[in-house]
Write a protein that binds this ligand. Structure first.
Ligand code: NAD
Length: 331
């Protein structure tokens, strides 16, 4: 099947080519993201393959459908960028990669936590400049601290398991509690207790209308002073302006994010020679206690292999009229 792959990168092309070693599909790569302006590139393609910041709203889906597209394959887990109701109305199928490697994202969340707590990024920069001073590099022992996991699904559970290994008390919040989470030795807690007790809060829930800005001025005011906040899930879980205020006041002790609400305008490209107009990200990266990575939590060899294989398996299943195991539908 002809597949138009939007937001494609050189490293993904390699993994997609390996997954398509039998040459079953014809993969056509477009570096541009899918938007209302670029949707026309997919004319004549029965399938499009998109990533986290491609836009598949009603307008874009209508344009794709008019061009003959019937399948939208997300090569990621989150699907907040697709209007599922519009897809259903237009008779289009939407698939994602449900479970590629929860370890990749959970381990990145741990890496961010260790780096922000022990100021690894500051030490790295200092020692490269022959500055071996330790001023400003004090962290805290993780063992014995309380770590809150918001969203105890696949990634949240792996993250919780790792933190239990560090000797932390792990508490969680999820409207759909999981026995597996409790079986690890963690327990569920009300949002009030999370705010009161958590030294570290790590976000692992999807972005939905309910979770939009789940971290806001009000929730931050109830957080334990000096708590660290980690977000590897979706940028809009956090009200960035409120977080900046909490960092300025010291209410928040540090922030490490792999995702950012306005990341679609920034991430996955080299803007080092450009004047960035987004004042919020510029303010964030100016803090000594903030780390930003550019949506790379999934970026392991294992995850990329599974993402590409699953995506092409879904395309084959669609082409052959089989049941789509990874289909997502409007609730
Ligand atoms: P999952 O579906 O297994 O788990 C999500 C959990 O969040 C579920 O248990 C769900 O009940 C819970 N949840 C829903 N609403 C909630 C709320 N209001 N409060 C607390 N919990 C809530 O998903 P997963 O595979 O663990 O992935 C989690 C998220 O991680 C994805 O939605 C995606 O946005 C993000 N993600 C990021 C990257 C990255 O590279 N940074 C990669 C993959 C996934």
């Amino acid at each position: 099947m002809e597949i138009a792959i939007f937001s494609s990168t050189p490293y993904e092309r390699r993994y997609l080519a390996e997954a398509n070693a039998n040459g079953h599909h014809r993969l056509n790569f477009f570096e541009v993201p899918l938007t209302a302006e670029s949707a026309g590139l997919a004319t004549g393609y029965p399938a499009v393959c998109i990533f986290v910041n491609d836009r598949a709203d009603a307008q874009v889906l209508e344009a794709l459908q008019q061009g003959g597209t019937r399948l939208v394959a997300l090569r990621c887990t989150g699907f907040n960028n697709v209007d599922l109701e519009a897809a259903a109305r237009l008779g289009m199928k939407v698939v994602r990669v449900v479970d590629y490697s929860p370890n990749s994202v959970a381990e990145h969340a741990v890496a961010l936590l260790l780096a922000i707590n022990r100021k690894i990024y500051r030490a790295y920069n200092r020692t490269r400049d022959s500055n071996f001073s330790l001023d400003g590099l004090i962290g805290f022992d993780l063992t014995g601290k309380t770590v809150a996991v918001v969203g105890t699904g696949k990634i949240g559970r792996v993250f919780g398991k790792i933190m239990l290994g560090f000797g932390c008390e792990v508490i969680g919040y999820d409207p759909m509690p999981s026995r597996e989470f409790e079986g690890l030795g963690a327990r569920y807690a009300a949002p009030g207790e999370i705010g009161e007790r958590a030294d570290v809060i790590s976000l692992h829930c999807p972005l939905t209308p309910t979770t939009h800005h789940i971290i806001n001025a009000e929730t931050l005011s109830r957080a334990k002073p000096g708590a660290l906040l980690i977000n590897t899930s979706r940028g809009a879980l956090i009200d960035t302006e409120a977080v900046i205020e909490a960092l300025k006041s010291g209410q928040l002790g540090g922030l490490a994010i792999d995702v950012y609400e306005q990341e679609a305008n920034l991430f996955f490209r080299d803007l080092s020679s450009v004047v960035i107009a987004d004042d919020l990200i510029q303010r964030l990266v100016s803090f000594p206690n903030v780390i930003v990575t550019g949506h790379q939590a999934f970026l392991t060899r294992e995850a990329l292999t599974t993402i590409c294989e699953t995506t092409l398996q879904s395309a084959t299943a669609f082409e052959q009229g089989q049941t789509l195991e990874n289909e997502i539908k409007a609730p």
